[in-house]
Design a binder for this molecule. Structure first.
Ligand SMILES: [Zn+2]
Length: 432
């Protein structure tokens, strides 16, 4: 696994500051086998690795013409382990993965095409899937169906259907993934077809158009395809409230950072300006915990007057410096006792609820069903209050997970409900 924090920090550099960057959808293509591993050997002597590679490069050509960014797991006739293929696809920040193979079977009569994907409804105990692939079952299934339909339509191959499968490259990884079995090299008719250029080209057309049906070129936030928060994110984008990360992705499953959160708030609210020199925010009273993403607390901190520059881990080169500075001066973002602001640290669900409740003017609440929010918990009133408004849910009927990081998808759902309730105009407060 990569180091998630290092990755998050790198990604944060490009976040929310690239308005209008289109970002091509990115596809990883994986020609099966290679090098010392020929894969199946056809009744006509054809090597599977050769067919796979040829069809894969044809798919690449078609996709690139349509504006996709395409990378291949191997560019030469070389051996690559299954884990190396998974490591490679996960290193690419891509939107989907398609492995291309040809089949073989004991009975020479069996022929046709099939598409494999991981389906969490049919788990295999000895071959556990990655957590991401379990969650991505609907997306992988949809991609598999689109590719199978187009493949069969273009190539005329017999349709053997979708196959829920736990093969390595589709049950591991972090993006929708499928494996296309183009035909059976153990069947004389299929093997003859796989030897023909025109048939390989039609197969490639089918795979490429199936990919395009699942993820049209130029899709905004391609990583939200099939995601529950997609509509909410697109509504926020239309209001200028959210933008993509580098590469045009939204990264819905990543935890929101402090810098991202105050950037969003700065767009939503006219943050109060601290009185010059006082260092005190104009915000309301309330308890304060060190480092919290909220404030207006009992202590008027000197750094509130100096702004974000008061902290040793923030300089004017930070992508969110202006928003951080505004939030610190408004008293809604506080630092830590060691003099850091930690802008790239995640915000918790309690911190988000607390600040949104205050800034929105929603009333605090009392009753709530969350067993993990004890009586007297510092953000209890905010959590109960926002739940009363219907803007926020628990992670289940009786759990709020207050100390858990809030994901970017959860934040979008929350802000979408808030903006709908507040009847905000399409023009954000800062005029962007
Ligand atoms: Zn194979």
């Amino acid at each position: 696994m990569s180091k998630p924090w290092a990755r998050a920090a790198l990604l944060a550099l490009g976040l929310l500051i690239l308005p209008g960057q289109a970002g091509a959808a990115k596809v990883v293509l994986d020609p099966g086998h290679g090098g010392s591993d020929p894969g199946a050997v056809g009744v006509n002597g054809l090597y599977e690795k050769t067919v796979n590679f040829d069809i894969t490069t044809r798919v690449r050509e078609l996709l690139v013409k349509q504006g996709y960014e395409v990378v291949l797991s191997r560019e030469t006739d070389s051996y690559m382990s299954l884990q190396d293929r998974v490591t490679f696809k996960d290193s690419q920040s891509a939107d989907l993965f398609v492995s291309i193979h040809a089949n073989s079977y004991g009975s020479p009569d069996v022929r046709g095409a099939m598409v494999l994907y991981y389906d969490d409804a049919y788990p295999q105990e000895s071959y556990p899937a990655s957590e991401a692939m379990k969650v991505l079952t609907p997306q992988s299934r949809q991609l598999a169906q689109e590719v199978l339909d187009a493949f069969v339509a273009e190539s005329g191959m017999q349709n053997r259907g979708l196959v829920p499968s736990a093969v390595y490259v589709v049950r591991n990884g972090t993006m929708p993934s499928i494996l296309v079995e183009t035909g059976f090299l153990s069947n004389a008719a299929d093997a003859a077809l796989l030897a023909r250029d025109s048939v390989r080209e039609s197969m490639a057309r089918g795979i490429a158009s199936g990919i395009a049906a699942y993820l049209p070129p130029g899709t905004v936030f391609p990583d939200l395809t099939g995601h529950w928060a997609r509509e909410a994110v697109l509504r926020l984008k239309a209001q200028g409230l959210v933008e993509g990360a580098a590469g045009g992705r939204y990264e819905p499953r990543r935890v929101l950072t402090r810098a991202e959160w105050v950037t969003l708030l700065g767009r939503l609210f006219d943050l109060p300006q601290a009185a010059a020199g006082s260092g005190c925010s104009a915000g309301g009273a309330g308890s304060s915990v060190s480092g919290a993403v909220y404030g207006g607390g009992e202590g008027c901190r000197p750094e509130a007057a100096r702004g974000a520059a008061a902290f040793r881990d923030v300089n004017a080169g930070h992508w969110a410096f202006a928003a951080l500075d505004k939030a610190v001066k408004a008293g809604v973002l506080e630092g830590y006792p060691d003099g850091t602001l930690r802008p790239d640290r995640p915000v918790t669900r309690a911190e988000v609820a607390s600040l949104l409740q205050r800034l929105s003017g929603a009333a605090e609440g009392q009753a709530h069903p969350f067993g993990d929010v004890p009586a007297g918990y510092w953000a209890e009133g905010s959590i109960a209050g926002l739940r009363n408004t219907g803007w926020i849910d628990g992670v289940s009927a009786d759990r709020f997970a207050p100390e858990k990081g809030m994901t970017r998808a959860e934040a979008a759902a929350l802000l979408d409900r808030y903006t709908a309730a507040a009847g905000r105009s399409a023009v954000p407060a800062d005029g962007r």
